[in-house]
Design a protein around this ligand. Structure first.
Ligand SMILES: [Zn+2]
Ligand SMILES: [Zn+2]
Length: 377
C-alpha cells in the first residue's frame, strides 16, 4: 500500500514550518520567518513529500522505539501482532518513521522534523473541521510547573527539563453530536399543612401527580473518539469554544501529533446519552408548582441523534510513569484549562511522616512536662 509523508517548508529557507498557536501563524524556527495562510498561499509554499511502500511487519518493528508519546520508557514490541504498524520515510532526512495505524501527524525520530501522514486522514477519516491550538508549549510547561509547585511529596526531579521537553501537542479526534431528547417525567408531589385549635392538631396532606413532557435540543456534544485517551480526562478539558473552528487543513498539524478516530459514532452513542441524561432529568424536574417533597420520580427519555461531525481538537499532553502507574497531565490547547494527577513519592512521604511524628512527639512531651510541673506547683 502506497503511503505518503509530507513536511511543510519555509518559503524563505526551506527548513520545516510548524503551526504556532500563540502566533496563529506558521513559523520557521530556523530563520525566524512567520507566515499567515494567505502569505503561504501567495508565496506558493511547498511541501516535501515522500511516497513509498509500507515495510513488511518484521522490518517495521525494529524501529518502534521512541515514537510513542504515551510512555516515558521506550516500547519495543516484539512478540505482539505488528499489523497495526505503519512505516514511512521522513521527507527531510529519509529516516524510517514507524507509527501505529491511527497516527496522522508525528515527528521524525532521527531529525525531529514534523511529518504529516495525509493518507491517514483521507476519505471517511477526513475531519470536517479543526480547532487550532491557541497556546504554545511554553504555556503548557508553565501550567505543568504551576501544578507541581509546592507539592512536597512529588518525586525528586519530577519537573526536570527532560520531562518538560516531552510535553507534546496532540490533535485528538472528537465526534460532536447534535441530539434531541424527548422526556416524559412522572412523580408524586406532596404538600403538608398543619394547624391546631384548642382541642386538636390537624394535618392536611395534598398529593399531586406531576407529569411533564418536553423536548430538549443539544448541539455539538464533544466525545473523544480515540481509544488511547482517557474519557474522563478528555471530558474534564471542556469547554472548547467550537465557534473558532477552521475548515480542516493538513498544514495545521505541522508540529503536533495527530490521530484519526478509532471509535465510530455508534460506539459513543451510549456515552453521549449518559452524559446528557442528568441535565435532561434536572430540567424535567425543575419549574412549575413547588412541592415540599417530591418522590416516586420516573423519567423516560428518548434520544435521537440527528447528526455528528468529526473534528480534531487541540490538547497538550504529558504522560509519565511512576512506580508502575501512569500519570497524565493534559491542557486544553485552546483555553489553557488543565487536568491531571501527580505522583506521590513513597520515600518523601515516609520522610515527612517521620518529621511530623518527631515534631508531634516533642510537642506532646513538652505539654506533658508543663502539666507535670503545673501539678507539682
Ligand atoms: Zn525559514
Ligand atoms: Zn527525518
Amino acid at each position: 500500500m502506497e503511503q505518503t509523508a509530507l513536511t511543510y517548508l519555509c518559503p524563505d529557507c526551506m527548513a520545516y514550518l510548524r503551526y504556532d498557536g500563540k502566533e496563529q501563524k506558521w513559523v520557521c524556527d530556523y530563520c525566524g520567518g512567520k507566515f499567515t495562510r494567505e502569505e503561504l498561499e501567495q508565496r506558493g509554499a511547498e511541501t516535501k513529500q515522500d511516497d513509498y511502500e509500507v515495510k513488511p511487519r518484521a522490518e517495521a518493528a525494529e524501529n518502534t522505539a521512541e515514537i510513542s508519546y504515551h510512555y516515558e520508557e521506550n516500547i519495543t514490541e516484539t512478540d505482539e501482532d505488528l499489523s497495526h504498524l505503519r512505516a514511512y520515510h521522513c521527507p527531510s532526512c529519509g529516516g524510517e518513521i514507524v507509527t501505529d495505524d491511527v497516527t496522522a501527524a508525528t515527528f521524525c525520530v532521527f531529525c525531529g522534523n514534523p511529518t504529516i501522514l495525509p493518507t491517514q486522514l483521507e476519505g471517511e477519516y477526513r475531519p470536517s473541521a479543526i480547532l487550532p491550538f491557541e497556546t504554545d508549549k511554553e504555556d503548557a510547561r508553565k501550567a505543568f510547573l504551576q501544578l507541581c509547585k509546592g507539592k512536597r511529596l512529588l518525586p525528586k526531579g519530577y519537573t526536570s527539563e527532560q520531562r518538560l521537553e516531552k510535553i507534546t501537542g496532540v490533535y485528538v479526534p472528537f465526534w460532536l453530536f447534535d441530539c434531541k431528547a424527548d422526556f416524559d417525567y412522572h412523580a408524586t408531589g406532596e404538600n403538608v399543612i398543619t394547624w391546631s385549635d384548642t382541642r386538636f392538631i390537624y394535618t392536611k396532606t395534598d398529593l399531586y401527580h406531576i407529569h411533564r413532557a418536553g423536548t430538549m435540543e443539544f448541539e455539538n456534544i464533544p466525545l473523544d473518539a480515540s481509544e488511547k485517551m482517557q474519557d474522563d480526562l478528555m471530558d474534564a478539558l471542556e469547554p472548547f469554544h467550537l465557534e473558532k473552528k477552521k475548515q480542516f487543513d493538513m498544514s495545521y498539524l505541522s508540529g503536533f501529533l495527530a490521530e484519526k478516530y478509532t471509535y465510530e459514532p455508534k460506539d459513543l452513542y451510549d456515552r453521549m446519552t449518559k452524559r446528557i441524561t442528568p441535565g435532561v432529568e434536572h430540567k424535567a424536574a425543575e419549574g412549575g408548582k413547588s412541592y415540599q417533597r417530591v418522590y416516586g420520580v420516573k423519567c423516560h427519555t428518548d434520544f435521537s441523534s440527528k447528526q455528528q461531525s468529526y473534528m480534531l481538537l487541540p490538547v497538550w499532553m504529558l504522560m509519565s510513569k511512576y512506580d508502575g502507574k501512569e500519570y497524565l497531565f493534559a491542557m486544553n490547547g485552546q483555553t489553557g484549562k488543565i487536568v491531571g494527577e501527580l505522583p506521590v513519592s513513597n520515600s518523601r512521604s515516609a520522610k515527612w511522616f517521620v518529621i511530623i511524628f518527631c515534631i508531634s512527639f516533642v510537642i506532646v512531651m513538652i505539654v506533658l512536662a508543663l502539666l507535670a510541673m503545673g501539678g507539682v506547683l
